[in-house]
Design a binder for this molecule. Sequence first.
Ligand code: LLP
Length: 424
Amino acid sequence: MDHFLYRNGALHAEDVPLEEIAAAVGTPAYVYSTATLERHFRLFDEALEGLPHLVCYAMKAASNQAILATLARLGAGMDVVSGGEYARARAAGVPGSRIVFAGVGKTEAEIAQALAGGVRQFNVESEPELAAISRVAVAGGHRAPVTIRVNPDVDARTHAKIATGKSENKFGVPISRAREVYAEAARLPGIEVVGLDVHIGSQLTELAPFEAAYRKVAALTETLRGDGHDIRRLDLGGGLGIPYRNVNDAPPLPFDYGALIRRTVGHLGCEIEIEPGRLIAGNAGILLSRVIYVKAGEGRQFLILDAAMNDLIRPAMYDAWHDIVPVVEPDPGAPRVDYDVVGPVCESGDTFARARPLPPLRAGDLVAFRSAGAYGAVMASEYNTRPLVPEVLVKDDHHAVIRARPTFDEIISRDTIPEWLRQE
Ligand code: LLP
C-alpha cells in the first residue's frame, strides 16, 4: 500500500494534490511520500522483531538526504556503495556505526574515508580488496570490521542485469572458496572478521531463491565457526521485489521474508542485517509529468511527455513496466486509447510504454509514473542537457523541494572552455 490515492477526483500524495506540486515546482518532478517510506521501513523492522537486527536501507535506490534523514530517524542504518554515498549518509545524520560499506571496487581513498569517519563494517568482495583494506587500516592505526560477501551460486530468477548471486556474476567470493578467504582474513593485521554477507539480486518475486541462499549461509556459518572465526553478524542483502503492475502482481511480503530469515538463520544467534532498497523507496515515489503533445502516427497515437529516459531510465534499460496514471481521476466508463508513451529525447529508446491503454489525454494533462521512487531519480542524467529532475517530499498536507531543478546557467557553468579555445 502507498499513499498516492485519488481523492475528490484528483491524485494526491498523502494530503497534497499532485496538481498543486506541478504548479509549484513544474514538471517533470519526483514526488515521495513520507508515510509510505516510513511504513515500508517499519514493515522490515517489525518483520525481524525479536531478533537482534539492523535494517540498512540500500541508499542507491533513492539517496536524497531528506529520504535518508526520514529513515535514519526511525533507526535505519545505511548500505553505501561509494565514497559519495558514504558522505551523503553522514551529511544526513547517519552515524558511521550504522553504515555498511558494500561494492566490488572500493578504492583505497574510499576505504580510508570510511575508516576515518567510522563504519560498521565493510562487505568485502575479493581477496585483493581484503588486502587493500588491511593495508589502509594498518596505515591509519585501525582494525577494519569486515564481513566477506559470498556468492552462493543461486539463481535469483530476476532480470539478468540485476541478478548477482550466480557464479558468472562479478559479485562476492565463490562460496566454495570462502574458508580460504576467511583464513586469509584472520591472518591480516588490519582486519577484524565480524560476520558473513550475501546478496543475490534485486526485484525477486519469490522467496525460494532467498531460502536456498540463506540455507547455504547457515551451513557456512557453522563451518566457519568450526574453523575458529567469530561469525556474529549475518548481512543478508536486499532484493525483495515490489508490485509494479497493480493487477495480479503480489510479490512476497516483508513479514513472510522475516519468517524465512528466522527459519533459515534464526537459530545461529547472529545479529541480522538486511539491505532493502527498492521495497522501501519504490512505491513511495512517483514521477510527475505533463503531456506536451498528442501526436497521431501511422496506426498509433504517441503521447509525448515532458519526462524522458534521462529522468526515468528503467523502461529503456530493463524493459521495466511502470503504471502510468492520469492525475485527474478518469471516469471508470471512459473509453481507453492505446498510446505509445514517449519522451522528448532524440532516440527511439526513449519510450516508456507501447500501446498502453489509457483514458484519452490532451496536451497539458498531468500523468504520474507509479513505483518510480527506487532507481528513478538516482539514475537520472542530464542527457540532451535536460536539467536533472527535481525531487519533492510530501508529509501530510505539506511538501518541500528536496532537490531543486537546476537552471540552465547552473548546468552549463560546470563546463570550462580551456584558454586555448578562447584565443583567436
Ligand atoms: N544490497 C546490495 C549489495 C545490492 O547490490 C543491492 C542492489 C541492494 C542491497 C538493494 O537491492 P533492492 O532491495 O533494492 O532490490 N537499477 C536496478 C536495480 C539495481 C540493484 C542493484 N543492487 C533497477 O532499476 O531495477
